[in-house]
Design a protein around this ligand. Structure first.
Ligand code: CP3
Length: 350
C-alpha cells in the first residue's frame, strides 16, 4: 500500500499500512516554491488561473510524502458569484465589499450553478486529478454555511461575530433564508467538485466554535445536515472540520461527515469518544508545534498516535492550517515520523 489509498481507506474507517497524513493549508506561504509563484501574481489571479492553481496544489505533494492533495482555492470564492464581491487585500486578508445585512441583501443574493462562475476551480481539479494519476487522492472543499455567512455578514474576518449573531438572534427567519441559500450554493459546488475529480471533500466550518451547542443545534445544524445529505446521496465521502468545537463534536457528527476534524484543545481520544463510533477523526496537532524544537514536535505527534492506538479511521493532520512561519524541514520531519511510527517506538517518551 502507498499514498494511493491510505487516506481513502481511513475515510472508510478501514485499516491501512500506516496512518495517512495531510496538512490543512499545505500549499502556502511557508513554502519557498509557493512564495516564488506568489511574487508574480495577486492571490485571486492564482486561484482563477487553473494552470497556476494546479501547479501550486502539487507543490507540497511533490515536496513531501503527503497522503492527499487539496485543491488550491479559497472558501470565500463562491461568495463572489453570489454578488457580494471579494477582495484579498495584501497583508490584511479577505474583504467583502457589499456585505449582507438587510432582507433586500439576502433576497438579492444569486445562487448560480458552480459551472457558471467557479469553472476555474473545477478545471484545476481535472488538471490535478489527471496529473496525480491516482497515485495520491485529491480533496475538494468548501466553506460551511455558518463560516461563509460570517464573512458575508461581517464583510471580512471577525473576532466576536457581533453582526452574525445579531442576525441570528434578531432576525431568525432572515438568517434561515441566508443559510438556505448558502447551503444550496455549497452543496452544488461540492457535488460539482466530485464530478470534476475530487475523491473526498472537506467542509470548513472554521469559526463555528464561537457558538454554544444550543445555538449550533438551532441555527446551524439543519443547514450543515442538508449539505452532508446531498454528499451522502452522491456517494462522496466527506470531512467535517471546525475549531474550538470541543462541545460541538457530537452535534457536528450528527450533522454529517464520515470524518470529523478536531483542533488541539481536546485530547484526540476524548474527542473521538464525543464523536462516537462510526466516524473517523482528523487533526489534533497544534500548528505551533511545527515551530518547536524537533524533539518536542515528535513527542507531541507521538502522543496523538499513542492515544489513537491504531484505531481505523484516523487521519493525521494539524488542528488548523499550517502557519506561514513554519520551517519546511519540520513539515518533512512530521510527515515521515507519522509514516514510520509504531506503538512504543520511542519508549522513553512518556
Ligand atoms: O489547504 C490548502 O493548501 C488549500 C488552500 C486553502 C486556502 N484557503 C488558500 C489561501 C484553503 C483550504 C483555504 C481555506 C480557508 N480560507 C479558510 C478555512 C480554513 C481556515 O484556515 O480556517 C478560511 C477561513 C479562509 C479565508 C481566508 N483566506 C483568510 C482569512 C485569508 C487571509 C489569512 C491568511 O491565511 O493569509 C485567506 C487567504 C489565503 N487563502 C491564503 C491561502 C494560501 C494566503 C495566501 C497568500 O497571501 O499568499
Amino acid at each position: 500500500m502507498s499514498r494511493t489509498d491510505r487516506f481513502l481507506r481511513a475515510c472508510r474507517l478501514e485499516n491501512a499500512d500506516c496512518t495517512p497524513v495531510w496538512l490543512m493549508r499545505q500549499a502556502g506561504r511557508y513554502m519557498a516554491a509557493y512564495r516564488k509563484v506568489r511574487e508574480k501574481y495577486f492571490l485571486l489571479e492564482m486561484f482563477k488561473t487553473p494552470d497556476i492553481a494546479a501547479g501550486v496544489t502539487l507543490q507540497p505533494v511533490y515536496a513531501y510524502e503527503l497522503d492527499a492533495a487539496i485543491v488550491f482555492a479559497d472558501i470565500l470564492l463562491p461568495l463572489e458569484g453570489m454578488g457580494v464581491g471579494l477582495e484579498f487585500l495584501e497583508k490584511e486578508g479577505p474583504r467583502i465589499p457589499n456585505p449582507v445585512r438587510t432582507p433586500a441583501d439576502v433576497a438579492n443574493l444569486a445562487v448560480p450553478e458552480p459551472e457558471e462562475d467557479l469553472g476555474y476551480v473545477l478545471t484545476c481539479l481535472r488538471i490535478v486529478r489527471a496529473e496525480l494519476a491516482n497515485k495520491v487522492p485529491l480533496i475538494g472543499f468548501a466553506g460551511a454555511p455558518f463560516t461563509l455567512a460570517s464573512y458575508a455578514i461581517e464583510g471580512g474576518s471577525s473576532r466576536n461575530f457581533l453582526r452574525t449573531k445579531g442576525m441570528m438572534y434578531e432576525h431568525p427567519a432572515l438568517w434561515n433564508q441566508l443559510m438556505e441559500k448558502l447551503a444550496r450554493r455549497v452543496a452544488s459546488f461540492l457535488l460539482a467538485q466530485g464530478r470534476a475529480g475530487a475523491q473526498v471533500v472537506q467542509l470548513f466550518d472554521s469559526w463555528v466554535g464561537c457558538l454554544s451547542p444550543a445555538d449550533y443545534q438551532e441555527y446551524v445544524l439543519p443547514h450543515a445536515r442538508y449539505v452532508f445529505r446531498c454528499l451522502r446521496e452522491a456517494g462522496i465521502p466527506s470531512i467535517h472540520f471546525g475549531t474550538g468545537t470541543a462541545d460541538l463534536l457530537p452535534l457536528m457528527r450528527a450533522a454529517g461527515g464520515e470524518v470529523v476534524g478536531v483542533d488541539w484543545r481536546t485530547p484526540i481520544d476524548v474527542a473521538w469518544t464525543r464523536v462516537g463510533d462510526g466516524a473517523g477523526v482528523q487533526g489534533n496537532l497544534d500548528p505551533v508545534t511545527l515551530l518547536a524544537p524537533r524533539d518536542v514536535l515528535v513527542r507531541k505527534a507521538g502522543e496523538i498516535l499513542d492515544r489513537v492506538g491504531g484505531r481505523p479511521g484516523h487521519v493525521f493532520n494539524l488542528g488548523h492550517g499550517v502557519l506561514p512561519s513554519t520551517p519546511e524541514d519540520s513539515v518533512r520531519a512530521l510527515v515521515d515520523f507519522v509514516h514510520q511510527y509504531e506503538p512504543g517506538w520511542l519508549p522513553d517518551r512518556r
